[in-house]
Design a binder for this molecule. Structure first.
Ligand code: FES
Length: 103
């Protein structure tokens, strides 16, 4: 099946300047309201599976709550050990007041 833009949450429902957990089609997603706009990743930390939505978010980076691995929430790039693998990011856009991902 071809990928299409899918609405996952309304912008008005996001935690402002924070990270919001969204369940969508068996996925647990982390939606980041960053200084550079809204970005979406898989919520599971690629190190050992902790839920990044419970981590510390500073508007740019998300720190894993379990071992304090650090990721850039805008690119998914791992920035501090023990995280070495990048987050799975989803292509994201804002459309008619909704957050959409290509899925
Ligand atoms: Fe996230 Fe270990 S589970 S850094």
């Amino acid at each position: 099946m071809n990928k299409q833009w899918q609405t996952i949450i309304a912008v008005s429902e996001l935690e402002s300047k924070d990270v919001t957990q969204v369940e969508y089609s068996k996925l647990t997603l982390a939606v980041y309201d960053t200084v550079d706009g809204v970005f979406v990743s898989n919520a599971r930390c690629p190190h050992a599976g902790a839920n990044l939505c419970d981590g510390y978010f500073d508007g740019k980076n998300i720190e894993c709550p379990l071992h304090q691995g650090l990721f850039d929430a805008r690119t998914g790039v791992a920035k501090a050990a023990p995280a070495t693998r990048s987050l799975k990011m989803y292509e994201t856009r804002i459309h008619d007041g909704d957050v959409q991902i290509m899925f």
